[in-house]
Design a protein around this ligand. Structure first.
Ligand SMILES: Cc1cc2nc3c(=O)[nH]c(=O)nc-3n(C[C@H](O)[C@H](O)[C@H](O)COP(=O)(O)OP(=O)(O)OC[C@H]3O[C@@H](n4cnc5c(N)ncnc54)[C@H](O)[C@@H]3O)c2cc1C
Length: 458
């Protein structure tokens, strides 16, 4: 036992996302102050990612999708820094803080919830010109960029510049990418009422995916419904198409198309946190076979990490960075990376850590999928709801309302739930905001301009 924590077992949680936050709060509920808990994350808040498409469309205030770790986890030590090394053989982790200092933290129990990062491909111009959609800053930037471009395009006389400003390209038509583009298109259509100089036909939203369909989690019939909706709304969907190059904002695709874009959003999949893949930085075992599980922590159904010599009894993992057997779906199946599983795995990890501390047997993770639900802009949605063995196909307004209701329920803290609801109510009365603030990337520009202007004294 680690004596630096007053003789209490020390539970160290890596990542303050869905898994980390849930584990910490549930563990505190179960064991009270019997354990010391530390949570490590470079950000002092948890991001509720399912709401990012609505942040990108100005339907939700960005702060309301963030849950401040220090506020909601009283009694838990929060370390703001990034994990740079995991040495499970020594029960220690190295954390690098913002100022470059390295902290070595010992643990009795380790919980790994380090999530995933965007999976990039070696496409010329991609790294330099695209933006991801996993962080709140990215969603804010996308929204501000689109709205600022509308204002700029309405004021320019150059048709080429105008065309480029009004072309928005999204790569990846999975749930995150599909929601991001449909919500943004909805925002633009709404904003156009204030732009008499712009017409809907001036706007070009392009969604590109290598697969023959978008929203892979839906049934074939639902995919066709969504595709039809997107195309009816004027979103150009290019299926079985690859992005070949994005140099200088010029998009070249495998179907021979070439066009200029002022916004390129990359949503074409994620991969587990790269720290886990690098033998130099982590000694935890990961799946090495090529495929969707590659790089994820090899995890048992009871959420312990599975080492070469059997389970590592004091290391647990869950969420997007872990290959967790999906017992509810049958042998050989693994849980898909989503918040629905991540939060429930966090609960199971907390209970199993408590069981380990108390010397009781562990329990396997079992969760029957509740279904999937996506919003496609205001009052539009689609989803599959699982009720026991029955699957219900939900579309349109009911799907949109159900998706919103579920995410308000799942969003951490009562205060944030209330703020999201209040924001939606306010949008109903006064419509959503149409101001884009691209200057937020350079907030000192006006001050510097003032400092350098005016008569120069000799
Ligand atoms: C745009 C978008 C929309 C989505 N929509 C849905 C949806 O509608 N429904 C759904 O179920 N799921 C959705 N998801 C997926 C869902 O958000 C994730 O599956 C879920 O958050 C995974 O939880 P996690 O705890 O594994 O990872 P995360 O919640 O991502 O948490 C990982 C944490 O690790 C931290 N971290 C990273 N590197 C380090 C490091 N070196 N050291 C310390 N900490 C680190 C990160 O800052 C982060 O806080 C969406 C995701 C996105 C991006």
């Amino acid at each position: 036992m680690n004596t630096t924590f007053g003789g209490k077992p020390h539970v160290l949680i890596l990542g303050g996302g869905s898994v980390g936050l849930t584990t910490a709060s549930e563990l505190r509920k179960t064991l009270g102050t019997e354990v010391a808990i530390t949570i490590v994350d470079p950000r002092p808040y948890m991001t509720y990612a399912p709401f990012l498409p609505e942040v990108g469309a100005g339907s939700i205030d960005p702060r309301n999708v963030l849950a401040p770790l220090r506020k909601i986890l009283p009694g838990t030590k929060v370390v703001t820094g990034g994990v740079s090394a995991i040495r499970s053989a020594d029960n220690t982790v190295v954390v690098t803080t913002e100022d470059g200092a390295q902290l070595e933290i010992a643990y009795d129990y380790l919980v790994v919830g380090l999530g995933a990062v965007p999976r990039l491909l070696p496409i010329p111009g991609l790294a330099e010109n695209a933006i991801g959609f996993k962080q709140v800053e990215e969603a804010i930037t996308v929204r501000d960029k689109i709205l600022a471009n509308l204002a700029e395009a309405a004021s320019t006389k150059d048709p080429k510049v105008r065309k480029r400003l009004l072309t928005f390209t999204y790569i990846g038509g999975g749930f995150a990418g599909g929601e991001a583009v449909t919500e943004a298109e909805d925002m633009v259509r709404d904003a156009l009422r204030y732009y008499p100089d712009l017409h809907a036909s001036d706007i070009r939203f392009v969604l590109i995916d290598a697969a023959p369909f978008v929203f892979p989690e839906l049934t074939e019939d639902q995919r066709a419904y969504v595709l039809n909706q997107l195309r009816e709304r004027g979103i150009e969907v290019k299926l079985e198409t690859f992005l070949n190059s994005a140099e200088n904002g010029v998009i070249k695709t495998s179907d021979g198309d070439e066009f200029e874009t002022d916004l390129l959003v990359w949503n074409a999949g994620v991969k587990p946190n790269p720290i886990l893949m690098d033998e130099e930085s982590s000694d935890l075992p990961v799946v090495t076979e090529r495929g969707p599980l590659m790089g994820k922590l090899d995890t048992l159904a009871d959420l312990r990490v599975n080492g070469a010599e059997g389970p590592i009894d004091n290391v647990f993992a869950g969420g997007d960075c872990a290959a967790v057997p999906d017992l509810a779906s049958g042998e050989g199946k693994f849980c898909p990376p989503n918040a629905q599983h991540a939060t429930r795995q966090g609960k199971r990890i907390a209970d199993n850590v408590a069981r380990s501390v108390q010397g009781r047997p562990l329990v396997d993770y079992y969760h029957k999928n509740l279904g999937v639900m996506a919003t496609l802009g205001m009052y539009k949605g689609v989803g599959r709801l699982m009720l026991g063995d029955k699957e219900i196909d939900v579309r349109g307004l009911p799907a949109w309302a159900m998706a919103r209701a579920y995410h308000v329920y799942a969003m951490p803290t009562l205060g944030r739930k209330a703020a999201v609801l209040a924001g939606w109510a306010s949008n109903l009365v006064s419509r959503r905001d149409i101001i884009g603030i691209p200057q937020s990337a350079d907030p000192r520009a006006a001050f510097e301009l003032a400092a350098n202007s005016g008569p120069k004294k000799k």
